[in-house]
Write a protein that binds this ligand. Sequence first.
Ligand code: SAM
Length: 278
Amino acid sequence: MADRFPPHIDMDTPSIARMYDYLLGGKDNFASDRKACEELAAGVPELVSFANDNRAFLRRAVEYVGARGIDQFLDLGAGLPTTDNTHQVAQRTNPRARVLYVDNDPMVMAHGRALLGDTSTTAFLLSDIRETDRILHSPEAAELIDTERPVCVMLVSLLHCVPDDSDPFGVVRDLVDRLAPGSAVIFSHVVSDDPEAAAWLTDKILSFGTSWGRVRSPEEASVVFEGLDLVGAWADGRDEGPHVVDCATWRHPERTPVARPDDPAVKRWELAGVAFTR
Ligand SMILES: C[S@@+](CC[C@H](N)C(=O)[O-])C[C@H]1O[C@@H](n2cnc3c(N)ncnc32)[C@H](O)[C@@H]1O
């Protein structure tokens, strides 16, 4: 099987993109990824449900931002192709919507390009998201993203993969500051109020040799929204209630929030929100 994959793909060390693919029920993963997920699920039984809730949040948020008229998306840490990829969701609202997918995992690039192709409305760029200049000045961005007009920057389940010493929130702030007013940020992040649980999950993932940052507290992750206008989205224009929420309950104009289990033992792991620049 190994010769089906480019040599720079390390099949023995679990990768976040392939583990997430496994959690979503995909087939683009290896034994090392599946084993890592099983080990994580032993300590975090909500793992499969919060991965799927996060992906469902991505779909609702892209629909929402597209309906607000934004037609260009920079999907950072895009992940392996799955059902309802960003361009497919966005193009249901606007067939001319354009998406630049960026990821640093070579398998995401190989599968993304093979399955979805680079077209006049979508492209894949292999890059670390910390290389913002390289991304914004790439030929792919020049083709698809006009930074003079509002852009939606997607940071969905991404920044917990980036360690503090890289200043992930500073990198994002620098990027967002360069965008036209009225640009959108779609964001989710693995969080925990329980330092012990956060440390367990972080240490476990690092023990696989996987590139990763850490689980942060909700307060630490919410810093991404400073200076932005957070939205609560109801069809009748109401703007009430918590704006930064568990990803399963993020509000969409046409969707009621998902009911959450009453059982306090069931933890909520993925904080989410959508905001616009001024
Ligand atoms: C948990 S997946 C999320 C995928 C997708 N955004 C979603 O929420 O459905 C995180 C993705 O971020 C990518 N990633 C992690 N660190 C990255 C970095 N520093 N630069 C670019 N991509 C990164 C991983 O390869 C993986 O595909």
